[in-house]
Design a binder for this molecule. Structure first.
Ligand code: ADP
Ligand code: MG
Length: 259
């Protein structure tokens, strides 16, 4: 299977602080990898580095075998699309105009969007069941609807690697499932590779092929949900009291109250 992403000995320093300290990661085509780890572990920083949004101090990030430093902005945008943790919602912008931003890498510097760009946007809106919202102001949508629009913008970019930073943390359990099912369905139909971060450990285990546990800027564990969601690893790295039980579809992580 071809490799979509490889990260080798990645170090990132922000404001004089070493935030990522030798991260290693390889993601084959079609995989869904979810990064878990306590607040401040460096999950968002890792996604930003992979998306080319910050410059690593050292190490290498390769997309389809090419170091991202050698890709031009446009090439990078066609390889990898990011949905940030808390995307900016531009005031007064309609859903269609927002999703059209995903087509920026296809539009020449002085050009306007083409009919093909508008078709691509209409197609994505249909696929995500957003056609009814096409002319609505993005700011007036509910959290779940808006999350679908953020995904739509990333999909309109037509990149095969999708980076999702906490795509479900603002959503209720029904909308969480709706968004994750949708991503899973798109992964299969469009052939996407997904790297996400998530805080809900049980949910993370249910949807990912593999989990990667980050702690203090390093990879603490990587493997299947059964291998990573263990009481030992979670208590060590989250300083949490949890019990892991067999949920039938995979491990469930249940908090336990102190006595
Ligand atoms: P996570 O997503 O795992 O919660 P982050 O990657 O957002 O963690 O942050 C990791 C660490 O890097 C945190 O301690 C955070 O305060 C720090 N950090 C993030 N961005 C910056 C920045 N621009 N300047 C300095 N420190 C930062
Ligand atoms: Mg984060």
């Amino acid at each position: 299977m071809s490799e979509v992403l490889r990260v080798q000995d990645l170090h990132v320093t922000l404001d004089g602080q070493e935030i990522l300290r030798g991260v290693e990661l390889a993601v084959p085509a079609g995989e869904w990898l979810t990064i878990i780890g306590p607040n401040g572990a460096g999950k968002s920083t890792l996604l930003s580095a992979v998306g080319g949004l910050l410059r690593p101090a050292s190490g290498e990030i390769a997309l389809h075998g090419t170091p991202i430093g050698r890709l031009r902005r446009r090439e990078r945008a066609r390889a990898v699309a990011t949905v940030a943790q808390d995307p900016v919602v531009p005031a007064g912008m309609t859903v269609t105009d927002y999703v059209l931003l995903g087509r920026t890498p296809f539009i020449s510097a002085l050009g306007r969007e083409s009919a093909a760009d508008l078709d691509a946007v209409a197609d994505v809106l249909t696929r995500l069941d957003l056609t009814a919202f096409a002319d609505r102001e993005l700011a007036t949508l509910s959290g779940g609807e808006r999350q679908r629009v953020f995904l739509a913008r990333a999909l309109a970019q037509e990149a095969k690697l999708l980076l999702l930073d906490e795509p479900t943390s603002a959503l209720d359990v029904g909308h969480q499932q709706e968004v994750l099912d949708l991503v899973d369905q798109l992964r299969r139909s469009v052939g996407l590779t997904v790297v996400a971060t998530m805080h809900d450990l049980s949910l993370a285990g249910l949807y990912a092929d593999r989990l990667l546990l980050m702690a203090q800027g390093r990879v603490a564990a990587v493997g299947t949900a059964e291998q990573v969601l263990t009481e030992e690893l979670l208590s060590r790295h989250y300083r949490a009291r949890v019990r892991v039980i067999d949920g039938g579809d995979g491990p469930l992580v249940v908090p336990v109250r102190a006595r």
